[in-house]
Design a protein. Structure first.
Length: 234
């Protein structure tokens, strides 16, 4: 579904990604893990068109997307749920969700999609008239995820969905991500919570200083000494 080949990405003159290669197959959860500053968010931003690679390519369903505008990439079926939620805080829950259906085809079916989102997140239906700024951190994360689903994506890019949440809510967020995969949505998951990420993902890629350090089956990576020492404290 997604093929990243030899991507180099810069912020101005500072290089953030070096020769990154990554594959995501349809129906998978692929975890992208690494420390702060490893390049995880940069890679998601490169996929979603917020950044353009200086070299290399990003292909989605066999088509090059690395030169496209972000809204065109959303229209093709990729949704990016950003780190920090990035909600419109002075808009209601329902208004935030509708913003996710901005692209033309999604807007035509927004009422149907909204009902589906409320089935995944029943709490959002109860809070639909409430300002986003008045919600708890966990509730805001659910709004961000629901907004991402409103574009009817085939591939979701999640950037730190569990950040700042209580452990019980973290477990719930990971459960929802698994359920989305079971409903046919492919997931590329960036997470600091390495153990839980590897437990729900099919495969994983470890970024270190903008380069791919390890990749492979999650159960195998859980036994890797680098993973156990650097990320699991074992």
């Amino acid at each position: 579904m997604l093929e990243i080949s030899n991507v180099d990405t810069f912020y101005g003159k500072s290089q953030a990604l070096w020769d990154v290669c990554l594959r995501v197959d349809e129906g998978e959860i692929v975890a992208l893990v690494g420390g702060n500053g490893a390049g995880k968010t940069t890679l998601l931003n490169t996929i979603s068109g917020l950044l353009r690679p200086a070299s290399g390519s990003v292909e989605y369903l066999g088509k090059r997307i690395d030169g496209l505008a972000p809204h065109s990439i959303v229209e093709m079926g990729i949704s990016h749920i950003p780190e920090g939620r990035k909600l419109f805080t002075q808009m209601s829950v329902a208004e935030n969700l509708e913003m996710g259906a901005y692209v033309h085809e999604a807007w035509k079916r927004k009422d149907e999609t909204l009902r589906q989102v409320y089935e995944v997140f029943p709490m959002l239906q109860e809070r639909q008239g409430q300002l986003a700024s008045t919600l708890s951190g966990g509730e805001q994360q659910m709004v961000a995820m629901g907004r991402g689903l409103m574009s009817r994506p085939r591939l979701c890019l999640f950037d730190e969905p569990s950040y700042g949440l209580a452990p019980m809510l973290v477990t719930e967020i990971f459960r929802i991500i698994q359920n989305l995969r079971d409903q046919g949505i492919t997931i590329l998951l960036v997470e600091q919570n390495v153990r839980q990420s590897l437990e729900i993902a099919d495969r994983a890629c470890v970024l270190e200083n903008g380069r791919v350090a390890l990749e492979g089956d999650c159960q195998e990576l859980l036994q890797e000494e680098l993973i156990r020492k650097a990320y699991l404290g074992l």
